[in-house]
Every structure is written in C-alpha cells, then in structure tokens.
Design a protein around this ligand. Structure first.
Ligand code: HPA
Length: 276
C-alpha cells in the first residue's frame, strides 16, 4: 500500500468517526464563492485541522473545512476552502480533499474557482464552464501510484465529463445564467502573472488562468470520479487592462456574481442527482 493511500485511509477514518454522512456529490468552492454553504442544510462540519493527516489551508478567504449536508435535498460534501500548491504542499497533498471526497462515496465532483480572464472576449464577472485544462504545476500523480484509486498512466482525454458539461449547460439555460466555455490553465501562483506570461498562456490556448484546479482535475480523472468545473472570471488577467490585480478585486467580483453562481450551482446539483 502506498504511503499516500495509508494517509488517505487515516483521513477517511477520522472523517467517519465524526459523521456517517455519505455524499453523492462533492463540491470544491473557490475564492469568494463560499456563500452556497449558507444555503446548505448542514449535518456536520469538520475543520481540516481535525482530519488526521490532512493538510491545513492557509490562504486568506479559505476557511478550510469539509461541510456535509443537503443542497436542494441532494447529499453533498463541500470543501469550504482548498489546499494550494503555492502554500508549500506538494500537488499530491493539495488534491487529498478531492481524493477523499471520492473515497467518501461521491459519484460526481464539481470544481469551482476564481480565475483571471485570458480570452479577450471575456469580462470580469463571467462564468466559464471548463472544457479542458493545461496543468503547469507538477502532476499530483508523481510519486508511488495509488493503485487502489487508479492506474499509473491514466487517460486524460476527457478530464471534464462531456455528460456533466451538458448538464451544466442545460442548467445554465434553465436558470438564465450566461455561461462561457473554455480552457483553464493552472500556474503555480501565488503571484499573479506578468503581462508576458498572460500573452504566453493565451498563445498556448488558455482562456482562463488560476492557481488551483488543474491538479484536482487530474486526481479526479485518475480515480474515475466524474468531474465538471466552473470558473468565475473574477478579473481580466494581467496586462489586459492597466489596473493592478488584487485579491480584494477577486473577492469583490466573486461576491457580485455570487447570486448567479449559486443559482447555477443549485440547479446543477439537482440535475446531476436526477441523472446520476
Ligand atoms: N491569475 C491567477 N489566478 C487568479 C486570477 C488571475 O488573474 N484571478 C483569480 N485567480
């Protein structure tokens, strides 16, 4: 058994000691998008610090807990705050939450994040369905393979499930939420990018840039966890406008978009549940 699997099993036991809640859908919440927790009927909340062997999130605005409960009557587990590579953890550690939610029984995963708009047709406040990704941080699968979860050389041709993407697109239409589509690129952070780096990632085919989600996408695909991703374009990326970027702006925009985002997320959860 790999060291990582042992560590995940320890974390899982420690969660199971605190709750018997079995989630159907796992949700990772990005910066400023945590309001959906207020609309969740919470059965149990476990701070990461109380989960044996689990890394603790230090990013400002990321509380760091698993929230168990019901959203639209659907059994969910929500990661309120995530672990980032830039905090000094390995990507293998950063994706432990995603792996754990799959091990808890989640059948589908919804990844959300705040991201910078690279595509010049985007605007701050847009929501973007992630169609594919470019991972510019080390793969979370580096190291001994966790055979219990997946194969050494997993296919990545459909990290974001086409089936779930169609569900989200239909949910967006039903709830009247405009939805862009595009490729998400993950760089290390924690600094925002330079204008030259943004020109580079645009040339590479990215539409949005962030610091969190691509390694999570890889881990989810590795373990066969059906995944969909939604980015909140919290700002246009560096160099698109001449305004310097700040975490405050990211949070402000996320807050402004929050009602629309929550509407989309609730409908998506309901529709995934109906089509699980
Ligand atoms: N770059 C990287 N990550 C981000 C950004 C950005 O512009 N906005 C929100 N997360």
């Amino acid at each position: 058994m790999s060291k990582m699997y042992e560590r995940l099993c320890r974390a899982l036991s420690s969660v199971k000691e605190k709750t018997g809640h079995i989630p159907e859908i796992g949700i990772v919440l990005g910066s400023g998008l945590e309001g959906i927790v207020d609309e969740t009927q919470i059965t149990c909340e476990i701070p990461y610090g109380e989960v044996d062997g689990f890394p603790v999130s230090t990013a400002p605005g990321h509380t760091g807990s698993f929230v168990f409960g019901y959203l639209e009557g659907v059994s969910v587990v929500i990661m309120r705050g995530r672990i980032h590579y830039y905090e000094g953890y390995s990507t293998a550690e950063a994706v432990m939450g995603v792996r754990l939610m799959g091990m808890m029984g989640a059948k589908a995963l919804i990844i959300t994040n705040a991201a910078g708009g690279v595509n010049l047709g985007f605007n701050a406040g847009d929501l973007m369905l992630i169609t594919d990704q470019i991972c510019m941080v080390p793969s979370p699968l580096i190291g001994e393979n966790v055979d219990e979860l997946g194969t050494r050389f997993p296919d990545m041709s459909e990290i974001y499930s086409l089936r779930l993407r169609n569900i989200v697109k239909a949910a967006a239409e039903k709830t009247d939420v405009p939805l862009r589509e595009g490729v998400y690129i993950q760089l290390t952070g924690p600094n925002y990018e330079s204008p030259a780096e943004i020109r580079m990632v645009r040339t590479l085919g990215a539409d949005a840039v962030g610091m969190s989600s691509a390694c999570e996408g890889i881990a989810a695909r590795h373990m066969g966890l059906e995944t969909v991703g939604i980015s909140c374009i919290s700002n246009m990326a560096c160099g698109v406008t001449d305004k310097p970027l700040s975490h405050e702006e990211v949070k402000e925009t996320a807050n402004r978009v929050a009602p629309m985002f929550r509407r989309l997320l609730r409908q998506t959860v309901k529709d995934i549940h109906d089509n699980i």
